[in-house]
Write a protein that binds this ligand. Sequence first.
Ligand SMILES: [Zn+2]
Length: 313
Amino acid sequence: MGDHMIYSRTGKIDEDFYVLGHPAVPIYLMDGLQPIIFDAGFTILGEHYISEIEKILGSRSPAYCCITHVHFDHCGSIAALKRRYPRMLIAASEKAVEILKRPNAVDLIRHLNASAEPLVKQLGISYTSEARFEPFFIDHRVKEGDRLEISSDCHVEVFETPGHTWDCLSYRISKRNILLSSEAAGQPDKTGYVVTDCLADFNHYLASLLRFKTLEADLLCPGHIYVYKGRDVTDYLAKAEIACFDFHKTVLQIAAEENGDFDCIKQRIKRFEYDPNPGPKQPEPAYLLNLEARIRAILNTGRNTLNGYDHQA
Ligand SMILES: [Zn+2]
């Protein structure tokens, strides 16, 4: 114990475990007999991710690419990765498969990936891929309790952790107790603020957050910017939980003050949450779209459940 750390860099983070690409839009790699990569970032970074994977794996291929959820910044370069590694299986939830059947969902993923180009330039990442997202096929549907083998003594365990989105899966690498939650555990920014990313449903989001605490991970990857280790995992999750209650209260308060005027509520939240964030941060169109969903999730939860939080699973 006493071993704790907050990483915001690429490269080797733990035994056989790597953050690749850029800390703001990373993919993760767990090496082993059957290496596994997690998530697929922006479309425009496809070739960049591939060259970084090659540096670690050489001519070997990952066995799986495990997708946490099909948001544009987590599945953007799957088509490119699949072209480079045709034997690699793309794993995601049944709900992700359903989402990808909707043409408007695919259009949105494409549109948001195109809007990410200025951010990538601003981050100073060199890229050679086009920003045009290509649809992909999910080869392997995974669900709660499923296991994928990395080596004889190491496997990945699948958890269904909805709330951020309905298709959200979290993955735990057994041997090192590494938890890849994506934004199901909220999204920290560089000011110390944690975005309560309850796009799909507030109560499910909170339940997933509380579940992460029980897993006592040694390394937590919330999907962007930071990776937490040891005591910093506990501290971050405690902070994310407080942020969750605060955000709920604030949204209801602002909604009451603005008589439910949706645009005013949105602008007021953006002013304290997005505007002071020095970045790296998601492109404004993606932020605003997500903010609308987060406000709706809270207004839909209703005031009458406000006192019922501690009864959540
Ligand atoms: Zn997301």
